[in-house]
Design a protein around this ligand. Structure first.
Ligand SMILES: [Fe+2]
Length: 301
């Protein structure tokens, strides 16, 4: 089984498409940020996702996972573009699983109008619908005989311009805890996916304005699974780290489209062994670079 994980494409759209009434508060600052640099850094995101779709087909990927931040400002026309651009990635044999990022819920209107659930509706089916206690979350997908993916949502609107932190709601975490004891998952390799990184590459927690505010709780719950891996994004750096306290393995895919720092993870799962290989962009093509082998007993780097 081969799984591709990417994150944070931040697909740009023309700022002239933003209705005047939406240029208030944090979006005015976010728009200025786009003009001043972000727009340039993600300018080729759509072309890069097209290259990623070609890479996915070439590598015979079975399942594609995206950990959010398709947009910059969480607006309707950005969602339209995001779905259009990501659609070629949704055709893998075992489908496509995703969660929203904080930019997709930029302000309360994105959440109030359920934009993520509306535009990504076809990707939000769960094999265990009775576990969905907070909208579609946690969303569980049983992949083949040996793998399960559980998606929990850490993103929320952050009206303060300086804040982009996340939190997994208590009811989702409680349900995740229940799933760790569910007989249907006990023999499966579990991938828990969410947008915010519970830990940075240096093994330290992210700060309270940018990080996952209940990272400790997530790490603790995930360590209750027999052998779970956490996949995330938000931090625009592709890395792998192990939490020393819980032994929990974390893979952050960084951004698939950030100029000069494009990254992704490719996981090959065979029995108890997982090979995790980093990917990068070389010219107009993604390619594989360094690899890590994980066993059932431990997660050596
Ligand atoms: Fe983010």
């Amino acid at each position: 089984m081969r799984i591709l994980h990417f994150s944070d494409p931040h697909i740009p759209t023309p700022l002239s498409h933003v209705p005047l009434v939406k240029w208030l508060g944090k979006r005015a600052i976010g728009g200025a940020n786009l003009i001043l640099g972000r727009y340039r850094l993600f300018a080729d995101a759509a072309e890069k996702l097209a290259a990623l779709a070609r890479f996915t087909a070439e590598q015979r990927v079975d399942l594609v996972i995206c950990t959010g931040d398709y947009t910059a400002l969480g607006l309707t026309h950005e969602y339209e573009e995001a779905v259009r651009t990501a659609r070629p990635l949704m055709n893998a044999p075992h489908g496509y699983i995703n969660v929203p990022g904080n930019h997709d819920y930029y302000l309360a209107d994105a959440l109030r109008e359920e934009r993520f659930r509306t535009y990504f509706k076809t990707t939000l089916t769960s094999d265990l619908p009775e576990s969905q206690v907070d909208g579609p979350w946690p969303l569980v997908r049983l992949i083949g005989e040996d793998i399960a993916v559980i998606a929990v949502n850490s993103s929320r609107p952050n009206p303060q311009p300086w804040r982009s932190s996340g939190k997994i709601p208590e009811n989702q975490l409680a349900q995740l805890q229940k799933l760790s004891e569910d007989h249907r998952l006990v023999d499966r390799r579990v991938f828990v996916i969410t947008h915010h990184a519970p830990m940075r590459a240096n093994g330290k927690k992210d700060n309270r304005l940018h990080g996952l505010t209940n990272a400790d709780q997530l790490l603790l719950v995930c360590s209750e699974f027999h052998r779970a891996l956490i996949l995330c994004g938000h931090v625009h750096q592709c890395y792998h780290v192990i939490d020393k306290t819980t032994g929990q393995a974390i893979f952050c895919a960084g951004s698939v489209s950030l100029e000069g720092k494009e990254g992704l993870w490719l996981f090959d799962i065979q029995g108890d062994e997982i090979k995790a290989t980093k990917g990068r962009l070389n010219g107009r093509h993604y390619e594989l670079s360094s690899e890590i082998k994980l066993t059932n007993q431990a997660y050596p780097c």
